[in-house]
Ligand binder design. Structure first.
Ligand code: AMP
Length: 130
């Protein structure tokens, strides 16, 4: 069965799309740790990041780099933290999170509740730099 991220990539489930190319898709995390928290996924459906073939793994990071550069311009922060967890959705993905300190990467913190308008505004801010 297709993962929820494959359904997002195929447009069967809506997302706040940050960017896509032939092989990768980036969208705002719906339960963000910070404004601008973005997920970057390969379109190829593979559960575990380190089961990706080398080319896809390298390409994911190169694609994520330009997204991270845009997020850091759009959202005030010290830098973009990256992490891979993957315990919830079995489709490899990289978290890009604007951070000012180590605690901003704590996934046990309560997530932000953002309105549709807030998500759209963040998206518009990031798109200015892509
Ligand atoms: P993990 O697999 O542990 O890295 O967590 C999956 C992440 O995907 C969580 O941060 C969720 O908030 C996020 N997520 C799950 N469903 C959606 C969705 N439909 N749109 C955007 N983000 C999602």
């Amino acid at each position: 069965m297709a993962t929820i991220f494959t359904k997002i990539i195929n447009g069967e489930i809506p997302s706040y799309k940050v960017a896509e190319d032939d092989n990768y898709y980036a969208f705002l995390d719906i339960n963000p740790l910070a404004k601008g928290h973005t997920l970057v996924v390969p379109k190829k459906e593979v559960d575990y990041m380190f089961d990706l073939d080398d080319e896809t793994l390298a390409g994911l990071n190169i694609f994520a780099k330009k997204i991270a550069k845009a997020i850091e311009k759009a959202v005030p922060c010290k830098r973009i933290g990256t992490t891979v967890i993957g315990l919830e959705v079995p489709h490899a993905h990289l978290h890009l999170i604007p951070i000012n300190g180590i605690n901003d990467m704590n996934f046990e913190k309560p997530k932000l509740k953002l309105s549709d308008e807030e998500f759209k505004q963040i998206l518009a801010d990031i798109h200015k730099y892509l």
